[in-house]
Design a protein around this ligand. Structure first.
Ligand code: GLA
Length: 382
């Protein structure tokens, strides 16, 4: 059954009336990993996989919400000490609280939601969930007066304050601002961004999902961020945005080897985003691909956020003649993103499935990437 219909049936069953339907997207990132919280550049786009919710104000101060995918119900108030314990519900509670903290309006509502963003695959299902509710509550209670950047920041603060992940702005930005057939180059310091048409000729972007799950809360993700902040501080900078390899090498003996390699990756990755944007404009997919492989290498060896399965998928891509391949997102499991020439696509997918299955006893999942719109309302208001 279609996602919208499935949600609607459940909504009517539970709450006995029609709500308004909203959706927001998961994201891919062509290049620029772990650069967002370092004031660098990222190059994401929203995809055709969404979290969708049907919502209706209920005239009380209580939120009543059911997750179809988790098959769990939560009910909570809107004050700080009303926080639900279920982790999925904390995303929604967090969004409500962050809107209220910024002076916005939120009142009680009923909601049912579900999605088709694969969980734990590095496609930002949590940002899609936050952005879906932030967009909806802006529309329902705030006359859409909350600026779109603030909607993204509301999602990001939810991660920081209610979910334990000190993430950057990339995922929520992509989920809110995504535009069909376009990637976005975002400068995470100035927050200026530009849409880039993305229709790679003769190539397809595919995700190969190792189905290894990652957990970012209390995780090495926050430690990576702390390393970068230590080095920036040591250099007297606000972020690593203005750091160069020369500056880093000058302080090499004063910092730990681990911090050195984390910062080295970020400094190199910053430049790769700019190189990829230029190459893409010229239709130079070879350069795009080379940068993607270099990012994988850096994420694996210097930033240490890869894992055996993802390194193996990267090796298979290389051996199969894939133009570019790398681990995508925060790391510690999830997907590789692959830029593949159309003529070798079927053979690559077949080889990846067979070889991975031989070694790990299960096939990876494969998704073709379709760049789509970000947060939106699905149904008319009245
Ligand atoms: C996660 C975070 C993002 C970003 C990426 C790595 O997806 O939520 O802010 O840091 O990891 O690029």
């Amino acid at each position: 059954m279609e996602l919208k219909e499935k949600i609607h049936q459940e909504f009517v069953k539970r709450f006995g009336q029609d709500g308004i339907v909203y959706a927001s997207a998961g994201r891919i990132n062509l290049i620029g990993e772990h650069t967002d919280y370092n004031g660098g550049f990222v190059f994401p786009g929203a995809i055709d996989k969404v979290i969708m919710a049907e919502i209706k104000p209920n005239g009380t101060e209580k939120v009543r919400v059911y997750s179809i995918d988790i098959d769990d119900y939560a009910e909570f108030g809107l004050n700080e000490d009303d926080a639900p314990t279920a982790s999925w519900a904390r995303y929604i509670f967090g969004v409500c609280r962050e809107i209220l903290k910024r002076g916005g309006v939120v009142k009680g509502f009923d909601a049912v939601f579900a999605g088709n963003v694969p969980l734990g695959a590095g496609l930002s299902s949590s940002a899609a969930l936050e952005s879906c509710f932030a967009f909806a509550l802006n529309d329902l209670y705030n006359d859409n007066q909350i600026d779109k950047f603030d909607l993204a920041k509301i999602g990001q603060s939810t991660e920081h304050n209610y979910c334990g992940v000190n993430c950057g702005i990339m995922d929520q930005f992509a989920s809110v601002f995504g535009k069909k057939d376009h990637l976005m180059r975002l400068d995470c310091r100035s927050m200026e961004f530009e849409y880039y048409p993305f229709e790679p000729k003769g190539h397809t972007l595919v995700l190969v999902d190792s189905v290894v799950k990652h957990e970012l809360a209390d995780s090495p993700y926050n430690k990576r961020r702390a390393s970068c902040e230590r080095v920036a501080k040591r250099l007297g900078l606000e972020t690593l945005r203005d750091a160069t390899m020369e500056m880093l090498n000058d302080i090499k003996s004063d910092i730990s080897a681990e911090d050195y390699f984390r910062a080295k990756f970020v400094i190199e990755e910053k430049q790769r985003v700019l190189d990829v944007c230029d190459a893409l404009t010229k239709g130079d997919y070879e350069t795009v691909g080379k940068c993607m492989y270099a990012t994988h290498e850096g994420l694996s060896k210097d930033y240490e956020v890869s894992c055996e399965e993802l390194d193996y998928l990267n090796d298979i891509a290389k051996e199969s003649g894939v133009t570019g391949s790398r681990i995508m997102g925060g790391g510690f499991g999830g997907c590789t993103i692959n830029l593949v020439k159309d003529e070798i696509l079927p053979a690559f997918i077949k080889t990846a499935k067979t070889k991975f299955n031989e070694r790990y006893g299960h096939e990876p999942k494969v998704y073709e990437v379709i760049i789509s719109d970000g947060a939106h309302r699905e149904t008319p208001k009245d």
